[in-house]
Design a protein around this ligand. Sequence first.
Ligand SMILES: Nc1ncnc2c1ncn2[C@@H]1O[C@H](COP(=O)(O)OP(=O)(O)O)[C@@H](O)[C@H]1O
Ligand SMILES: [Mg+2]
Length: 268
Amino acid sequence: MNPMEVISSTKNKDFNGPMIGDDSKVVVEFQGFQKRFGNKLVHRDVSFKVYRGECLGLLGGSGAGKSVILRSLIGLERADAGKIIVDGLDITTKREHELIEVRKKVAYVFQNGALFDSMNVYENLAYPLRAHTKLNEFEIAERIHEQLCEFGLEGSETTMPANLSGGMQKRVGLARSIILQPKVVLYDEPTAGLDPYNTIRIQEMILRLKNKGVTSLFVTHDMPSVFAVCDRIALLLDGRVQAIGTREELESASGGGKLARFIRGEEI
Ligand SMILES: Nc1ncnc2c1ncn2[C@@H]1O[C@H](COP(=O)(O)OP(=O)(O)O)[C@@H](O)[C@H]1O
Ligand SMILES: [Mg+2]
């Protein structure tokens, strides 16, 4: 069976695809977001919406501020102006202790999905479950087994991270990031430096989550992965979202412009 057929068989019965354009289904929204570091204004006026079940690709040159967008979404960076609404809450007005609830709903998959070196795969996955849920050890074992099987990682429970390939470390890191079943997943260059086999395995993991109704932001320079997993693409340039739309919209003559040129590898 090809990977796409396997993935569609995991589809959540209550979820019929991303709800793009339905304003009652906005899960993440940036409104006039502004962020400066010292005298450098990185974000001038960033506005965009991500709808339930959508995967939005966020593109832009190095240093455009993509990681700052993701970090701001979980309150690791504070906005200088504007709103960031996550699941109905404006997180820019929340205090540190109130952000804990938001962070439970949002998983951040770092570029170097750092596993704990001194713990085997099982213990790495058990850690967030023990810290943030009331599941007993039997339920934890069950959840970990399900998660590893779903992502084709079964049998790796007792392996130490150092004995996993780089690609497997990334995949286990992703599995750990989402073990608390978040509503929103933020991917920061998850396929950077991966071989084609592991890149496709990561794409499959993202698509599986998407089919369950998970909403995601996908930051990357890996265009094949963008085309494989994203519903829409946004271009961050000069502190603003300069273009946003589906690949077809952006490649059509009228919707082309800067994003289409960026995708083709031209200077913008
Ligand atoms: N904590 C920080 N302190 C100072 N400058 C920062 C900090 N975080 C990011 N920046 C600056 O903000 C800009 C955007 O960074 P980043 O979001 O990491 O870009 P990228 O699009 O490559 O992910 C860069 O110029 C970076 O130097
Ligand atoms: Mg970055």
